[in-house]
Write a protein that binds this ligand. Structure first.
Ligand code: AMP
Ligand code: ZN
Length: 114
């Protein structure tokens, strides 16, 4: 999508610290990290939010979640724990409308979220 920040990151048109990529996914460090590890896992294909996923995306979403776990494990947070979050629309505070999975680790995270 022409004007989408995360499409541009996936295409290499805007710099980001990429920690993983393959033909379907890209994972990069969040610009404003909320924990020692704060990575965003995105599909290369533009999907605006969780609301716009279809049954055809089930495998893709599975890959995103599995990759989040692998990346957290690589950083050493598998045993002590980490959090994965999809924010969807205004009440959840979604600010970038290209679906992304936050992966946060390295500090004790509160529940419920604010
Ligand atoms: P959300 O509020 O769930 O839509 O999350 C969007 C996230 O994207 C925020 O945590 C931002 O800090 C992050 N972000 C915004 N611009 C960039 C960028 N250019 N590179 C990396 N992360 C970004
Ligand atoms: Zn996009």
């Amino acid at each position: 999508m022409a004007d989408c920040l995360f499409c541009k990151i996936a295409a290499g048109q805007i710099p980001a610290t990429i920690v993983y990529q393959d033909d379907r996914l890209v994972a990069f460090k969040d610009l404003n990290p909320q924990a020692p590890m704060h990575v965003l896992v995105i599909p290369r294909r533009h999907v605006s939010s969780l609301n716009d996923l279809t049954a055809q995306d089930d495998a893709l979403v599975g890959e995103m979640i599995r990759r989040a776990g692998l990346l957290a494990g690589e950083q050493g947070y598998g045993d002590r724990g980490y959090r994965t979050v999809f924010n969807c629309n205004a009440d959840a505070g979604q600010t970038v409308f290209h679906v992304h999975l936050h992966v946060l680790g390295g500090r004790s995270l509160k529940w419920p979220p604010g």
